[in-house]
Ligand binder design. Structure first.
Ligand SMILES: *[C@@H]1O[C@H](CO)[C@@H](O)[C@H](O)[C@H]1NC(C)=O
Ligand SMILES: *[C@@H]1O[C@H](CO)[C@@H](O)[C@H](O)[C@H]1NC(C)=O
Ligand SMILES: *[C@@H]1O[C@H](CO)[C@@H](O)[C@H](O)[C@H]1NC(C)=O
Ligand SMILES: *[C@@H]1O[C@H](CO)[C@@H](O)[C@H](O)[C@H]1NC(C)=O
Length: 165
């Protein structure tokens, strides 16, 4: 009886896995923050959406786009997106999220040209609260540092390093 129930559970888990693997039948555009978008209100220090929750609820694949910034996902694996406006102040207040990019269908021919840019330079004016810059960092180092001040500092340092390199 117990064994039967356990087997049933296994079948469900396998079905879910197959479902997830089969899900990538096309490329998607992910609007960062959903309807709420990617905004920071510097009066309240609030983001317009919970970006970590938003990112956790999406499946990202190679060749997908992050909209608002229209950034194509050309690198597989874990990546970090954050705002470096106001000297990292916005990052500290939640303008940051982490995504894991799966292989999916692989890169479409239109994006399959080497080498993919790992860094998106922010636009010049740092003052526009409604169109803050977004910066991406790819790094294998992720253990235990997320959602904290350390996380933002790590990202800023990594950007600096890749900028100087
Ligand atoms: C996703 O966005 C890209 C770049 O803006 C565009 O070329 C493409 O047609 C969009 N794809 C979908 C499915 O909306
Ligand atoms: C920021 O939040 C304040 C207080 O809720 C609001 O009055 C103001 O309109 C907001 N600013 C923007 C640019 O949305
Ligand atoms: C927002 O952050 C700034 C800079 O850290 C601070 O001076 C200000 O008091 C904060 N405002 C609120 C409403 O928390
Ligand atoms: C996660 O995505 C599903 C399907 O798009 C949606 O129904 C659900 O409300 C989302 N949950 C959160 C926390 O955004």
């Amino acid at each position: 009886m117990v064994a039967t129930r356990a087997m049933g559970l296994c079948l469900i888990v396998v079905a879910l896995l197959i479902n997830a693997a089969a899900a990538a039948t096309s490329y998607s555009n992910h609007t960062v923050g959903g309807d709420a978008g990617w905004f920071f209100n510097s009066t309240t220090n609030m983001t317009s959406a919970d970006y970590k929750a938003w990112a956790a609820n999406q499946t990202f694949n190679l060749g997908d786009y992050l909209m608002v910034i229209s950034v194509p996902l050309t690198i597989e694996g874990t990546q970090y997106y954050f705002s470096d406006a106001d000297d990292g102040e916005q990052c500290l207040h939640g303008m940051a999220f982490e995504i894991k990019v799966n292989h999916g269908l692989g890169l479409p021919p239109s994006l399959n040209q080497p080498p993919p840019p790992p860094y998106v330079p922010p636009p010049e004016p740092a003052d526009q609260a409604q169109t803050p810059p977004i910066t991406v960092v790819t790094s294998p180092r992720s253990g235990g540092m997320r959602t904290s001040a350390n996380f933002c500092w790590l990202l800023l340092v990594l950007v600096l390093v890749s900028f100087l390199a």
